[in-house]
Structures are given as structure tokens and as C-alpha cells.
Design a protein around this ligand. Structure first.
Ligand code: MLT
Ligand code: MN
Ligand code: ZN
Length: 293
């Protein structure tokens, strides 16, 4: 299986358009230790010919154009992009669907609650239906790959806060290539470290994990509160109940942080926080990284 990391930033991207914090400013100034990142999105392929997105970033057009494997062709309206698999209904993971409306026949796989939000509160389904026939499925069926999903939480997007549809609203996916036995886990939205997640990732080759925040206190300096950060539903990297402490218990897995918020000091590879992560053997791969699993 080929895996292409199309984007690695949280919602808003990095730098964020309306942010002049130290990190966003250093990135804008071209500091090579602080590279720009687009909003998190992944592309996977069993055969290198047909590709499926995992989440659909608002940056999808630029991401596709930057990725030769996703070039259109060989026919005038052919595309190797066959569909998308979603982890949640958040705008940073679903706005890209609107931007793919020129493509007919895409298959979208997502939990039932996410599909309901994309029909009701954020009506992508009815909208793209006027451009081309897509299918919307709650059972994942990607040719050549096997996918199991883990229910992470019932955290609804803000725009769907009033929905009464039962969850899970957020899942993680484990994508396995039966031909190689390789397995990849994509989990960009973890509220705390869920019970059963250690078992879910066991034996995987690569885990792409929620790296939104380094510390619980990170949002306080930017005028938002710690409770707001918790409400955003992202386990921090650092601290006794952070993800790095849980990663330490596993060996043989290539751990990578993604969905990095513009406040996260690991965005700067010259920071002590980046060194803390690197010294644990955990990666913070840039946009465009490819994995073979
Ligand atoms: C999240 O990751 O918590 C959401 O994407 C927040 C947002 O709306 O950007
Ligand atoms: Mn997000
Ligand atoms: Zn910033």
C-alpha cells in the first residue's frame, strides 16, 4: 500500500491566515525550521493506480496538484481519485468534498452520524448531487484494502451541535493491505487516549496520530482557555496523560504526529518541544511524506 501524507496541519492550516503568533510569523518569514503545512489529509492506494482520500481537506485542490500520483488522465476526464474515507464531520475534514464536485462517481465512506451531518447541517450530499452522482456508504468497501474502524468519541462539530443522531461521531481507521500484511492507523482526532486504542494500534506499521496540541495549557496564551482546548477534543502530546506517555508503551510502530495546530511548538524543528518528541523516536513528518506499508 502506498500512503501519501497530503497535509499535516489542523483546521486553519499553518500559517493560519488571521494569525500573527510567533510560529505563524516565523513560517511566513520563511524560517526553514518552521515549514508551512496544509490541513490534514491522506491518500492511500493498494495498487498505485486507484487512490482514496482519508478526509477531504479544504486544501484538497492544491494538495492534488502537488501530488503527481493524483494527476488527471489518461482520458480527458479520468482521475485516479476514486473516493474518500472520513474520520469525522469537522469542516477541516469535509470542506474538500465540495471542492471535488467536478468529479463524478466518487464513493464516500463515513460513520452514519457523519453522513447525517453531511445531509442536514452541512448539506454537501444534496449539493454535489446536482453536479454528479456520488455514493455515500457507512460500510467501508475499498477494493484491495481492508479497513476496520474504532469509535473514538461522540464529539460533534460545532455546526452540528444540535444533532440528535447517535454516534460515533469520530472514528480512527486501521487500513490493511492483505497483499503485504502492512497496516496503517489514521487517528487525527483523539479526545484523551481511548480505552481499547492500545489494542487497536497493536502490530500496525505506521500510526498517524492526533498532534494538535503539545500541552494542555497551549491555548491559554492565545486568549482561549484550557477548557476550550479540552472541549476541542484533542489529547495533548505532553504530560502524564498525554499521548507521548502512551506511545512509549509500544515498540515496533512508526509513530507520527499530524493535525498540528498553529499553536503547537513542535511545528518549529529547533524547539525543545520538537526535541522531546524526536528523542522518543516519534516523527513530525512534513506534507508530501510517502510511506510504503
Ligand atoms: C477540531 O479538530 O477540533 C476541529 O476541526 C475544530 C475546527 O472546527 O477547526
Ligand atoms: Mn480539526
Ligand atoms: Zn499562529
Amino acid at each position: 500500500m502506498r500512503v501519501l501524507l497530503l497535509g499535516t496541519a489542523a483546521g486553519g492550516g499553518f500559517p493560519q491566515w488571521n494569525c500573527a503568533c510567533r510560529l505563524c510569523s516565523a513560517c511566513r518569514a520563511g524560517d526553514p525550521a518552521v515549514p508551512a503545512r496544509t490541513q490534514d489529509c491522506l491518500a492511500v492506494s493498494a495498487d498505485g493506480a486507484d487512490w482514496y482520500l482519508v478526509n477531504a481537506s479544504p486544501d484538497i485542490r492544491a494538495q492534488v496538484l502537488a501530488t503527481p500520483a493524483l494527476d488527471a488522465g489518461p482520458g480527458p476526464r479520468d482521475t485516479p481519485l476514486k473516493g474518500a474515507l472520513l474520520t469525522d464531520a469537522e469542516l477541516d475534514h469535509t470542506l474538500g468534498l465540495m471542492l471535488l464536485r467536478e468529479g463524478g462517481g466518487l464513493r464516500v465512506f463515513a460513520p452514519a452520524a457523519v453522513l447525517s451531518a453531511l445531509a442536514d447541517q452541512f448539506p454537501v450530499r444534496g449539493t454535489v448531487a446536482r453536479y454528479g452522482a456520488w455514493t455515500w456508504e457507512s460500510e467501508v468497501d475499498i477494493p484491495g484494502l481492508s479497513v476496520t474502524s474504532f469509535a473514538v468519541s461522540d464529539k460533534k462539530p460545532k455546526y452540528a451541535a444540535d444533532s440528535a443522531v447517535p454516534g460515533p461521531w469520530v472514528v480512527a481507521h486501521r487500513i490493511t493491505d492483505p497483499a503485504t500484511g502492512g497496516a496503517l492507523v489514521y487517528a487525527p482526532c483523539l479526545r484523551e487516549w481511548p480505552a481499547g486504542f492500545d489494542e487497536f494500534v497493536a502490530g500496525a506499521d505506521v500510526v498517524l496520530l492526533d498532534g494538535t496540541f503539545f500541552s494542555r495549557a497551549e491555548m491559554t496564551g492565545t486568549g482561549t482557555s484550557t477548557s476550550a482546548q479540552r472541549a476541542m477534543g484533542h489529547v495533548p502530546i505532553d504530560g502524564p496523560d498525554g499521548s507521548l506517555a502512551r506511545i512509549r508503551r509500544h515498540s515496533g510502530i512508526r509513530w507520527c504526529y499530524t493535525h498540528l495546530n498553529n499553536t503547537n511548538p513542535v511545528l518549529d524543528s529547533s524547539s525543545p518541544e520538537f526535541a522531546t518528541v524526536r528523542d522518543e523516536g516519534v516523527e513530525v513528518p512534513p506534507d508530501g511524506t510517502e510511506f510504503m506499508v
